[in-house]
Design a protein around this ligand. Structure first.
Ligand SMILES: Nc1ncnc2c1ncn2[C@@H]1O[C@H](COP(=O)(O)OP(=O)(O)O)[C@@H](O)[C@H]1O
Ligand SMILES: [Mg+2]
Length: 316
């Protein structure tokens, strides 16, 4: 295997008029965690489907574990595991049966399946529940079972499509720990998708921000955030927002101003948030803008997204 576990060049997927994926290039280093971060409809699932050989690209090419996803699809499948965004569990089976059937699909021996199931039940802490019907499981337990299923074949590369969608914070933190352990302790390469910026920030070595089927920007979370410059003074209030934004943008210490029209907020990027607060407040009242809410924050990946796309990344 080369040092890149996943490589894609110019991936395009068209559905009629819709370009679900519009020229994505990707290089995921072996043994790293990469997160595709973007809003619903950005093309994340379609990208995963192409890389996991479920959907052929309209054009472009990709290799996973060194094999071409179109011409060598069956080899690719030997090296990967997948958990899907939408649950595909048979609710009438118990957890053990779900894992066992998956192992059979991959022609694992009975002995191998038993050994692997025992390890995985331990890893995802399903305990005695493994012998209960899946329909009695909570959302978090179902996700853990799906994760275990994706791991049955001990993949080199694991794809996780929205691994914590719909989970409460506690279950989410649990899944994050399993993901980190797989990478750290087993050297697994992980490609996950998410629309939660905290998830990308918490897990990924490299984040790729996607929107409308395109890779907008890419880097380590800390570099993406650092590239935003300093602090953000966020103001909500009454008055002519764009006039105020123009006036404040002309001040020397202001690096950039961005309006979030959906929320009616003005984000002012400054060299030092707490030091410039008084000046910003002064400038607001001088321009007849009545402040209702003001806060100073460090930029997040959500701000990186807003900066590069001009619109907000909202949790759906
Ligand atoms: N099978 C399909 N047929 C038609 N359009 C599709 C299909 N799959 C996805 N799309 C469209 O492609 C775009 C990207 O979808 P998707 O890859 O599911 O995005 P994400 O996972 O980021 O939410 C959306 O506009 C979606 O409606
Ligand atoms: Mg999706």
């Amino acid at each position: 295997m080369t040092s890149a576990a996943i490589e894609a060049q110019g991936l395009v997927k068209r559905y009629g008029e819709v370009k679900a994926v519009d020229g994505i290039n990707l290089c995921v280093a072996s043994q790293s965690i990469y997160a595709l971060l973007g809003p619903n409809g950005a093309g994340k699932t379609t990208t995963i489907n192409i890389l996991t050989t479920l959907t052929p690209p309209t054009s472009g090419s990709a290799r996973v574990a060194g094999y071409d996803v179109v011409r060598q699809a069956s080899q690719v499948r030997q090296y990967i595991g997948v958990t899907f965004q939408d649950m595909v569990l048979d609710l009438d089976l118990n957890g053990r049966q779900v894992l066992d059937i998956h192992g059979q699909l991959y022609r694992q021996s009975k002995r191998e399946r038993q050994r692997r199931i025992a390890e995985l039940v331990d890893l995802v802490q399903l305990g005695d529940a493994i012998d209960r019907p899946v329909k009695t499981y909570s959302g978090g337990m179902k996700r853990r079972l799906e994760l275990a299923r994706g791991l049955m074949t001990n993949p080199e590369v694991l794809f996780l499509d929205e691994p914590t969608q719909g989970l409460d914070p506690q279950n989410r933190a649990g899944i994050w720990n399993y993901i980190r352990a797989l990478n750290r302790e087993h050297g697994m390469t992980l490609l996950l998708t998410t629309h939660y910026m905290e998830e990308a920030e918490a897990l990924a070595h490299i984040v790729g921000i996607v929107d409308h089927g395109k890779m907008i920007t890419e880097g380590t979370p800390s570099k993406l955030i650092a590239a935003m410059g300093a602090d953000i003074i966020r103001i909500q209030g009454q008055g002519d927002q764009s006039h105020f934004a123009n006036q404040i943008g002309a001040l020397a210490f202001v690096e950039r101003v961005q309006c979030d029209n959906q929320e009616g907020a003005v984000m002012i990027y400054v060299d030092n948030g707490s030091r410039r607060l008084a000046e910003v407040v002064g400038a607001a009242s001088g321009n007849g803008f009545v402040i209702e809410d003001i806060s100073v924050t460090r930029p997040s990946l959500g701000d990186v997204f807003l900066h590069h796309t001009g619109h907000a990344l909202r949790d759906a």
